[in-house]
Ligand binder design. Structure first.
Ligand SMILES: C[S@@+](CC[C@H](N)C(=O)[O-])C[C@H]1O[C@@H](n2cnc3c(N)ncnc32)[C@H](O)[C@@H]1O
Length: 372
């Protein structure tokens, strides 16, 4: 049995230098759908002196930038002239320099560089993980998080015959489930401390919906099974070792709606006692934008061109897992093997693109901290 590597921080980060937000239009589309809910929430959050907003697990900030621009514009236009403090949080390994450049209009689309466009908006970064309390008590009006809290704080075990808990055996799955439940409670208790009474925490997390669907598994091919197949092929061809195969275990758990609801459904849980209530919990499907584009343009677009858009979006968030699994090798070799891995997937999609896509399944939650 391999010894679990508990130091997972380096395995989590997205590809840097703005690559993440350029390749993840789908994540942005999912975030943009939250604008109405957030706008509504602001109407009901008590008006404390300073308005503090936090975006937990923001990566380079690019995917949520337009939404925050729109929200801040609406707040300002409503005549609410309070100072706004915007706190972006992610792991210490995150590429915060891109984030700061984007918000100041030095990179990306400067139309949404809201720090330049509006008075009294202060952008901060926090490089401590969201399993800890990140702000002082009762100081956060609205917390938001997108597509981030499926990352568990540590891998409870390595998965022997798959790369993700969705394909693990029952024993492994149970360990991931327990870890994820513990983490979810910790996340919620810390948000509860941070929120002002009446404040809101709105999050959209990857999870498993009522039809058993999850990211990259919405009816056609199963993306995580494909990752496993191509990774296993490298082992079978003697290119990677079995230890390296097993080491590529995603530090993620896809919770079901029931798992997300659990701490709220028990009136005696620490979460309920802390004053948090779940106002809304539902599943959300977001189409893979590359699939949509390809379906619209099949007459002029080749299957290779489709594969060349789809595989980079998968690569933007998964690459570090495979690279880290090969950490004992020299960097050139690592790059070569990882290129070979994604190229094999790319060839498969090119050969027959039917059923290949990365549709998103999120669990949307609107959580409120009760006013005593
Ligand atoms: C898939 S990206 C999502 C980025 C962005 N929120 C979006 O929806 O496009 C997940 C982000 O969560 C971050 N993350 C993972 N674990 C974290 C933790 N414990 N604390 C803070 N951020 C974390 C990763 O570093 C990464 O930037």
């Amino acid at each position: 049995m391999n010894k679990p590597n508990l130091n997972t921080q380096s395995v989590l980060s997205m590809k840097g230098e703005g690559y993440y937000s350029q390749k993840t239009v789908g994540a942005k589309n999912a975030i943009d759908k939250m604008e109405v809910l957030i706008e509504e929430a602001f109407k009901n959050i008590p008006k404390v002196d300073k308005l503090r907003i936090a975006d937990f697990g923001s990566a380079d900030g690019g995917t949520s930038q337009e939404m925050w621009f729109n929200i801040i514009e609406k707040i300002k236009k409503s005549g609410d002239n309070r100072e706004i403090e915007m706190l972006y949080t992610d792991l210490a390994s995150n590429d915060f320099s891109v984030l700061f450049r984007m918000m100041q209009g030095m990179q990306g689309n400067d139309n949404f560089a809201y720090q330049n466009k509006f008075e009294n908006v202060f952008v901060h970064g926090c490089g401590t993980g969201f399993h800890k309390q990140l702000m002082s008590n009762n100081s956060l009006s609205l917390g938001f998080s997108a597509t981030a809290m499926h990352y568990v704080s540590e891998r409870p075990c390595l998965i022997n015959n798959h790369v993700h808990m969705v394909g693990s055996n029952e024993k492994e799955k149970k360990q991931f489930k327990n870890q994820a439940l513990k983490d979810w409670e910790t996340i919620l208790l810390n948000r509860s401390n941070e929120l002002v009474p009446g404040g809101r925490f709105i999050c959209i997390n990857f999870g498993i919906d009522e039809k058993g669907r999850y990211l990259g598994n919405t009816g056609g091919h199963n993306m995580f099974n494909n990752f496993t197949k191509h990774w296993k092929n490298l082992e079978q061809n003697g290119i990677i070792t079995n230890e390296e195969f097993v080491n590529a275990t995603f530090t993620q758990h896809y919770r079901t709606v029931e798992e997300f609801r659990k701490p709220f459904d028990d009136p005696n849980s620490e979460i309920s006692k802390s004053g948090l209530i779940l106002k809304r919990c539902e599943t959300m499907f977001t189409d893979c934008p590359f699939k949509v584009h390809y379906n619209k343009n099949k007459s002029t677009m080749s299957s290779r061109e489709y594969a060349e858009t789809l595989i980079p979006t998968m690569r933007s968030w998964s690459e570090t897992v495979f690279k880290t699994a090969l950490e004992k090798r020299n960097p050139n070799e690592v790059n070569q093997i990882v290129d070979q891995f994604y190229n094999a997937y790319l060839e498969e999609v090119t050969e027959n693109p039917s059923g290949h896509a990365m549709d998103y399944i999120h669990i949307v939650m609107d959580i409120e901290k009760k006013i005593n």
